[in-house]
Design a protein around this ligand. Structure first.
Ligand code: NAD
Ligand code: UGA
Length: 463
């Protein structure tokens, strides 16, 4: 048994996309801290302890292997973890409520509350509880009330430390973040707890990038950051619709406006709509909060970001239908990419799910391929009526297809042998480039009819 003494014991409740990677980086950077990640899901914990990690994220496995068994542990012993910990990160999911009051908008906070109650029941002495999950503004107050309820003698200080990592780039985002945000009560004990957390991050992050604020600003900053990012995508997607009508090219427009340093170049890529587990959920939550506070106009403003996203997915689908002579019955369509973005196996709220369902309703036959997300794709389309086959090999997915529909811009799809693919397809052959990343002229010269989001179609049909 390794009797090594650790200066502090950190516990993370929730071993998901955030809990696993963030704690791995803390363990890597702070060898003198013991970091334990717990979850109610035994299979997930087993996977974290195996060679097949439960999530795919570039660079993650090496970093897990570097620390696992030394100062990084994955376990289902939640109570023991709580009893021993000095600092507890809460990283459980906060999905959109799908029942009762606020269904479809409000956050379902049952997992947060269950965690808070368990922390209360298993604690003694002083503990710092850190909200890392994304929560509605003023959630920390509810957390404090639960933790301090009853005749518990423990003392808790609640901090807000929202996570800004994006999937696919999680390691880079955590090792070199634009900023880390820590919100606290502005009391002596609040500031003391805040300084403890800041000290952890200062192991690898320059002081000036660790920013502090009050609890509510911190909670609201997370929702606001996601709302602004998603809003940019809906903005450029709305412009892509005008481009398709006017022979303008959304890539050129994005490039031209992005050069204005006030606008900036990032997040201006039109696509089939944003996906992922958080943008829709966090904006819906923001909308719900606004409605709760009676801010109708503000709620409507942000709701439009979601509406534009739904419109974009539908528009992409309808362009496929229209170009293919308004009938997809029995036609094979190869779907290139199912993950909500490249370099992840995550398919939560992926636009591919919505678009595939719409294609299936038209009785198209789908050949779905993805380098990392096929297993999740199978689960997402399980029980959906219609014909779907899954292929590890994109060339097999494309064989005898009438159309290629690129939904996720995996690097390897840019370099496929499209002449070979063209020869294996039914004619006329179509490409729908949902991300505007393929070489359209080359595809057109091969013989494809090419349609890219926000760009005029390139068709071989005359008259
Ligand atoms: P996730 O679903 O991948 O993981 C959550 C984990 O919590 C699950 O493994 C679940 O079993 C576990 N859990 C639930 N209740 C529990 C309990 N009572 N005790 C122990 N474990 C419990 O979710 P995620 O993607 O990691 O997101 C977590 C939070 O972080 C959410 O609030 C999300 O909005 C936020 N966030 C996510 C990302 C992202 O990229 N996924 C980025 C930033 C912030
Ligand atoms: C997003 C935020 O970028 C993170 O900062 C945040 O921490 C996270 O949500 C969260 O709270 O969960 P993520 O959803 O992992 O991260 O990935 P993004 O890179 O933001 O992409 C989201 C979606 O937007 C993807 O479907 C992507 O394809 C799409 N997108 C992104 C576009 O369509 N165009 C763009 O220009 C950028």
């Amino acid at each position: 048994m390794n009797e090594k003494k650790f200066v502090r014991k950190i516990l993370c409740v929730g071993a998901g996309y955030v809990g696993g990677p963030t704690m791995t980086i803390i363990a890597n950077k702070c060898p003198e801290y013991q970091v334990t990640v717990v979850d109610i899901n035994q299979a997930r914990i087993d996977a974290w302890n195996s060679d097949q990690l439960p999530i795919y994220e570039p660079g993650l496995k090496e970093r897990v292997l570097q620390a696992r068994g030394k100062n990084l542990f994955f376990s289902t012993e939640i109570d023991k973890g709580i009893q021993e910990a000095d600092i507890i990160f809460v990283c459980v999911h906060t999905p959109t409520k799908d029942f009762g009051e606020g269904a479809g908008k409000a956050s379902d906070l049952q997992f947060i509350e269950a965690t808070a109650r368990r922390i209360k029941d298993q604690s003694s002495g002083k503990k710092i509880v850190v909200e890392k999950s994304t929560m509605p503004v003023r959630s920390a107050e509810a957390l404090e009330r639960i933790l301090h309820s009853g005749n518990n003698s423990s003392e808790f200080e609640v901090l807000s430390n929202p996570e800004f990592l994006a999937e696919g780039t999680a390691i880079r985002d955590m090792e070199n973040p634009d900023r880390v945000l820590v919100g606290s009560r502005e009391t002596p004990s609040g500031i003391k707890a805040r300084d403890e957390l800041v000290k952890i991050y200062e192991h690898w992050i320059p002081k000036e990038r660790v920013i502090t604020s009050n609890l509510w600003s911190s909670e609201l900053s997370k929702l606001t950051a996601n709302a602004f990012l998603a809003q940019r995508i809906s903005s450029i997607n709305s412009i892509s619709a005008i481009c398709e009508e006017t022979q303008a090219n959304v890539r050129e427009v994005g490039n031209a406006i992005g050069k204005d340093t006030r606008i900036g170049e990032k997040f201006l890529f039109a696509g089939p709509g944003f996906g992922g587990s958080c943008f829709r959920k966090d904006i819906a939550n923001l909308v719900y909060l606004c409605e709760t506070y009676g801010l109708k106009e503000v709620a409507e403003f942000w709701d439009q970001v979601i509406k534009m996203n739904d419109y974009q997915m539908d528009r992409f689908f309808k362009r496929i239908l229209r170009a293919m002579f308004n009938s997809l019955v029995g036609k094979k369509i190869a779907v290139l990419g199912f993950a909500f973005k490249p370099d992840t196996s995550d398919t939560r709220d992926a636009p591919a799910i919505t678009i595939c369902k719409k294609l299936l309703r038209e009785q198209a036959r789908l050949g779905v391929t993805d380098p990392k997300a096929l297993e999740n794709a199978k689960l997402d389309l399980q029980g959906v009526e219609g014909s779907v086959e899954f292929y590890a090999d994109p060339y097999e997915a494309a064989k005898n297809a009438h159309a290629l529909v690129l939904i996720t811009e995996w690097e390897e799809y840019k370099n496929l042998d499209y002449s070979r693919i063209f020869k294996s397809m039914e004619q006329p052959a179509f490409v729908f480039d949902g991300r505007g990343v393929l070489d359209h002229q080359k595809l057109f010269d091969i013989g494809f009819n090419v349609y890219s989001v926000g760009q005029p179609g390139m068709e071989h049909f005359s008259g």
